[in-house]
Design a protein around this ligand. Sequence first.
Ligand code: HEC
Length: 98
Amino acid sequence: MKKILLSLLIASVSTLFAADGAEIYKAKCFSCHGEKAAKVALNKSQIIAGWDADKIIASVNGYKNGEGGAMKGVMKPIAVGLNDDDLKAVAATIASYK
Ligand code: HEC
């Protein structure tokens, strides 16, 4: 029982640290949006480096709701997989890339 409690504690602590925008970007966005978000993802997206965090959040939430461009189907599962904290953190990171 103690072991279970301990691992729950460790799991919740690492969730706290998980909202690290740069880590999330590397793990979930980098492969398509590239180094410092300066790449056109799959030859289709706009370059999102330096976008306002609010604009990024609105855009990603739009994908959750089925909005977006011709390739929105690519972004939808990614958007759905981000909770609000992660999205806020990663949006701030991308906004800081200029
Ligand atoms: C599998 C490749 C892929 C990954 C991974 C990916 N994206 Fe995208 N992203 C795209 C494509 C393709 C588009 C253009 C979609 C469209 O047509 O609307 C896009 C569009 C966007 C847009 C809107 C830009 C525009 O063109 O309107 C934002 C903001 C965005 N992505 C953020 C993210 C974030 C944040 C992550 C990581 C959590 C991420 N993306 C991960 C491929 C990807």
